[in-house]
Write a protein that binds this ligand. Structure first.
Ligand code: GH3
Length: 302
């Protein structure tokens, strides 16, 4: 589902399904003129094939179509794809109260009577877009740490577990990095909690800046950050950790001043035969972190 990637100015993709070419083309033209990316399907079967591959966030479908009706398409998206996030609008010349109930029971979000008027159609589509944006916000709020914008503990663990399964199957290395800010309580006491928050945001922004597709980063709580590094062996992970620590020292000095440089300690662990799950891997990097702290902080240790 593409809600996760919908930018503020970006219109969501709409799939228009209708076996009547004139109606399908008319709806598509209205949408395109309003800036919506549109894909078209001339019947339910073709729409279902497209939806299984990559279901757009909004589907507008006719009801009566040969072989697979609009309502069968609704049921398939909801039950076979288990996708509750797609907004489905049924546009039909059937307009009794029973028809409306039947469409809703099949999983439609909205119902539009034919012949369709442009203003009403676009208003309903705007309504669908609003619903999708709200869903996107809720999803982000549930997954992301509010202060830093990194993943929260729960979603970090979920995503890391999935990524770990992939690299395990492909036989690629994976490493994990656990980072803690040195003497952060003391920092808060000296410079204030608001400045402490700035430091947490700074650390997160450096992590985001230095990571791309192979890294999953989360704030596990307080001043503790964790990064799962897919396709990194132990040495590559240590190099990455040292680069992060140096950037944090440099940037915090620019942000606050050379008297208040922020230093961090990082524990690194590779995924080895002795760990089976993401929790085992995190435990290993946590142990490495503890050992690095006991050695005097401000270092990376594996
Ligand atoms: P050590 O080097 O041994 O890890 O010591 P520390 O002071 O960094 O670690 P400790 O666990 O004792 O303290 C963590 C501090 O992090 C305590 C708490 O005030 C601070 N902290 C936790 N969450 C936040 C936050 O959201 N904002 C700010 N500013 N501080 C936070």
């Amino acid at each position: 589902m593409s809600v996760n990637s919908l930018g503020a100015q970006e219109r969501p993709q709409v799939l228009v399904v209708d076996d009547h070419p004139t109606t399908r083309k008319l709806m598509s033209a209205w949408l395109e003129l309003s800036g919506y990316p549109v894909s078209q399907a001339e019947d339910g079967i073709r729409a279902w094939s497209a939806a299984q591959f990559d279901c757009p966030p909004i589907v507008v479908t006719d009801w009566n179509m040969p072989e697979m009706s609009g309502l069968e398409l609704c049921r398939s998206i909801r039950r076979k794809l288990c996708n509750e996030d797609v907004y489905i609008l049924v546009a039909t010349s059937r307009d009794s109260g029973d028809d409306l109930s039947e469409a809703m029971a099949a999983g439609a979000n909205d119902f539009l009577s034919k012949p369709i008027q442009e203003d009403e159609f676009l208003a309903r589509i705007q309504n669908a877009e609003n619903a999708i944006r709200q869903l996107q916000m809720k999803t982000e709020l549930a997954e992301v740490d509010g202060l830093t914008g990194l993943l929260n503990r729960r979603s970090f663990l979920e995503r890391s577990e999935a990524a770990l399964e992939v690299t395990k199957q492909l036989g690629q290395p994976t490493s994990c990095l656990m980072m803690d800010i040195d003497l952060f309580k003391q920092f808060n006491d000296q410079y204030g909690h608001a400045m402490g928050d700035d430091v947490l945001r700074l650390v997160a922004s450096i992590i985001k800046e230095t990571s791309q597709n192979r890294e999953i980063a989360g704030r596990l709580g307080g001043d503790e950050f964790c990064i799962l590094l897919s396709e990194y062996d132990e040495n590559e992970a240590i190099l990455y950790a040292d680069r992060l620590r140096k950037l944090i020292i440099d940037r915090s000095s620019e942000l606050i001043g050379p008297h208040a440089v922020v230093r961090t300690t990082i524990g690194v662990s590779p995924f080895t035969a002795e760990c089976r799950t993401i929790t085992d891997l995190l435990e290993l990097s946590d142990r490495a972190l503890l050992s690095a702290k006991n050695e005097g902080r401000d270092r990376t240790q594996s």
